[in-house]
Every structure is written in structure tokens, then in C-alpha cells.
Design a protein around this ligand. Structure first.
Ligand code: BG6
Length: 301
């Protein structure tokens, strides 16, 4: 039993339902009134709203809900590869394009939290891209003002395998020009806009005045999205994910991305908790788990 540390107004609920585009998924509601929608397509957390209905994570105004296309926004799972860092031809791997299975029932011993668990098992389609037997299990848990997500990968093959991975979270911000990411000062990063050359961040915070696409390596586990436009910060605490990608497409890339609205770049930034610099290596029968906790901190005016 998880003991309550949030003011409860109602029971937390999880309901299997049909979501946008007629796609199956689940609607979660925490005891404090936060809500979330999680699609079986990609085990994709597509929304997380606070009790006032404000978006905490961003969903594109032009998101497409037609599998196998990945949903633009929310928390796409990049597995078994982040970007092109691995042997797959497919950018960010296949997990975000696949149909996951619902694992029932939700954990009803969780008295504060609404939770949903989904599973992806190797299939002919995944083997064609990545010839390994695996079981991936994703859980989203909405508890009070926090969103907990975790991914467990089990090697069910007879041989070892390696992968890279990211929880590609799109955070909604009130005004990109005033938003920043704190916690990366002095961290080393590969600049994806400059041939992935290694640089060191000397700034106190990452700010957004142009396109940003950086793979920070071996960062601290606690990073903060400062969002004065929404009078809030979001604290990210990641586990077993040493790296963090920071991305905003800015003007031109948004115009060239069909499922992003032309001005959407003003309303989000991505901080992607990841394991990329050193691929995760799993022996047959071994299991590996990573996760992140996202916590909203409201600023009083
Ligand atoms: C980020 C990458 O993780 O994802 C960017 O660092 C990329 O280079 C972005 O543009 C979006 O990727 P996709 O495949 O969802 O368009």
C-alpha cells in the first residue's frame, strides 16, 4: 500500500477507453484531480493535465493519430534506439510505432495513484528491424501532482543484446523565450546541429533563442524546466538514465515537420531522459529498469 502524501479529493481512477482517432488506451485521474491519457499505440502518454485542466506536457496541434505514425508530443518512447545511435534504420527505434498490450488490472493497491501498464513483446515486425527476443513493460502512474513513468526491458533471447533508449518528453511551456532548462551547467554535450562535436555547457541554464538539439552526457539526475510563462517549474528526477537530450526545433524545422503546427515551437521544449552514450547491455534472462518522476512546482506571484 502506498501511503497518501497528497490532499485527496476523490479516488484515483484508471479507465480503459477509446481515445483520439478511435485508438485504444486509458484515461487516468489522480486523487487530486490531475488527468492523463495513455495510448496503446506506442504506450504513448499523450497528455498530462493538472487539476485546473492546464497542459503540463505538450501535444502538437497537428498530431496524427494513425498508426504506425508516432504521435507528436507527449512522451514517445525511443527504444531500442535513440535517434540514429544504434544499428536500426529507423530513427528513434520502433517502440513508438508499435501497438502495445494492456496489462490488466491496474494496480489497485495504489491508493493515491492511477496507473496503467503496457507491454511490447518481440514480433515478426520488431525482429525484422532488430533480431532479438525481448519483453518491454511500460508503466505510467499519476500520483498527486506527479507523473511517474518507468520502462523495464527483459532479454528473453539466448544471446546478449544492447540498446539505447529515451523518454522523449515534450514539456508544455507558456513562452519559449522565457523558458529554460536548469541543471546542465558544466555538462558535456554532443551538439547535433554541429556534427555532434563535443562541447561543454558554460551557461547557468539552457535558453531557447534558436534551434537547440544537444545530447548531454552523464548529467545529474535532477533537472528542472523553468516555465515562468506558466508560473511553474517542472522537476525531472530520472533513474538509470544518465543522459539527457534537450531539443526545440525552432522556426524552420517546425515549418518542415508536417505534424507540428507552425508556431508550436513557442509552446514546448523537450528534455529527454536517456541512455545513449553507453548502450545498455543485457545478458539472456536479465532485466533492466529506468524511469523518471515529473513534479510540478507552482510559483506564487
Ligand atoms: C530529438 C532529436 O530527440 O528528436 C532531434 O534530438 C529530432 O534531432 C527530434 O529532430 C524529433 O525526432 P522525430 O523523429 O520525432 O521527428
Amino acid at each position: 500500500m502506498v501511503t497518501s502524501r497528497f490532499p485527496r479529493t476523490t479516488m484515483a481512477t484508471t479507465r480503459a477507453t477509446t481515445l483520439e482517432g478511435g485508438l485504444p488506451g486509458a484515461r487516468l485521474r489522480s486523487a487530486t484531480g490531475c488527468t492523463s491519457e495513455v495510448y496503446r499505440h506506442g504506450a504513448h502518454v499523450a497528455s498530462w493535465r493538472d487539476a485546473e485542466g492546464e497542459d503540463i506536457i505538450f501535444l502538437s496541434s497537428r498530431a496524427v493519430f494513425k498508426p504506425p505514425k508516432a504521435i507528436r508530443g507527449g512522451i514517445p518512447l525511443c527504444f531500442p534506439q535513440f535517434s540514429d545511435l544504434g544499428p536500426l534504420a529507423q530513427q528513434h527505434g520502433f517502440a513508438r510505432n508499435e501497438q502495445w498490450q494492456h496489462v490488466d488490472p491496474p494496480d489497485d493497491r495504489d491508493e493515491d495513484g492511477a496507473n496503467v501498464t503496457m507491454r511490447l513483446v518481440a514480433s515478426d515486425a520488431t525482429r525484422a528491424a532488430w533480431p532479438h527476443e525481448f519483453v518491454a513493460t511500460f508503466t505510467a502512474r499519476l500520483v498527486g501532482d506527479e507523473m511517474h513513468t518507468s520502462l523495464t526491458v527483459r532479454n528473453t533471447d539466448a544471446t546478449p543484446f544492447e540498446f539505447t533508449v529515451a523518454l522523449h518528453t515534450y514539456f508544455a511551456v507558456g513562452d519559449i523565450a522565457r523558458a529554460s532548462v536548469v541543471g546542465l551547467e558544466n555538462a558535456r554535450y554532443l551538439d547535433s546541429l554541429d556534427g555532434r562535436v563535443e562541447k561543454t555547457d558554460s551557461d547557468k541554464a539552457v535558453v531557447f533563442e534558436r534551434e537547440v538539439d544537444r545530447i548531454y552526457q552523464n548529467t545529474q539526475d535532477v533537472l528542472t524546466v523553468a516555465d515562468p510563462g506558466n508560473d511553474r517549474s517542472i522537476v525531472i528526477t530520472k533513474t538509470n538514465l544518465p543522459d539527457a537530450i534537450v531539443w526545440n526545433p525552432w522556426v524552420e524545422k517546425s515549418l518542415n515537420t508536417s505534424d507540428l503546427g507552425d508556431c508550436d515551437y513557442k509552446s514546448f521544449l523537450c528534455v529527454e531522459a536517456a541512455a545513449t552514450a553507453t548502450p545498455v547491455a543485457l545478458e539472456p534472462g536479465a532485466e533492466w529498469t529506468c524511469g523518471q518522476v515529473l513534479r510540478v512546482v507552482k510559483q506564487t506571484k
